[in-house]
Design a protein around this ligand. Structure first.
Ligand code: GRF
Length: 213
């Protein structure tokens, strides 16, 4: 399956996807890395891996719709079948989301539907949540909403600063994002009544508590 990955910054999730795609038996390849920021480090990672890149600055467009249309064109031209948002810091127009419906996924550093939006880790710690994690989901017009494909859970530690929690979660992001792509590329993922069904996957055993004893 051909992927387009959209980034605005550091691109560590992009790197996880690049690394996953290197395995011979991984059923996907990245055909385009697109950024709205010319200085996004993700673009360097793509170049290093020999992946075509494109930069479209939203500042060069009159409105969100025309920017998104230009993105869609680039993605289509590249032959991408699945669009992966990986730290892409722009809201998408309804038209774009509709056009790529069920072919557009995002990763968010919380256990959605909790803690949508920005400053996730600050808010998680402030609320005293004992667990957080990350979510890969299909994108719908409302921000950080849409059918959930996979989640990973991490504990929140009593002395966590937002950065500590972010780093603990990021490590899991790099595991679950490629896994979600793999499931989709293998044709095992279906959206039914806005819930995701995945063929043949293992259920985790047991339960977690925090504190653990
Ligand atoms: C990640 O935490 C991701 O969950 C969020 O933005 C961050 C992007 O990080 N959507 P990176 O650019 O992939 O390193």
């Amino acid at each position: 399956m051909k992927l387009a990955v959209l980034v605005s910054g550091r691109g560590s999730n992009l790197q996880a996807l690049i690394d996953a795609c290197k395995a011979d038996d991984f059923p996907a390849e990245i055909v385009l890395v697109l950024s709205n920021k010319a200085d996004a480090y993700g673009l360097e990672r793509a170049k290093e891996a020999g992946i075509p890149t494109a930069v479209l600055s939203h500042k060069d467009f009159e409105d969100r719709e025309s920017f998104d249309e230009a993105m869609s064109e680039k993605i289509t031209e590249a032959g991408a079948e699945l669009v992966c948002l990986a730290g892409f810091m722009r809201l998408l127009s309804d038209g774009f989301v509709r056009q790529w419906r069920d072919r557009l996924i995002n990763i968010h550093p919380s256990l959605l539907p909790a803690f949508k939006g920005l400053h996730v880790h600050e808010r998680t710690i402030e609320e005293g949540a004992r667990f957080s994690g990350c979510t890969v989901h299909f994108v719908r017009p409302a921000m950080d909403e849409g059918p959930i494909i996979i989640q990973a859970v991490v504990p929140v530690h009593p002395d966590d600063e937002p950065n500590d929690l972010a780093a603990r979660i990021l490590e899991q992001e790099h595991v679950v994002y490629p896994l979600a792509v793999k499931y989709i590329a293998e044709g095992r993922v279906r959206v039914s009544a806005e819930r995701v069904l995945i063929e043949d996957h293992e259920l985790p055993g047991g339960a977690l508590s925090n504190p653990a004893n």
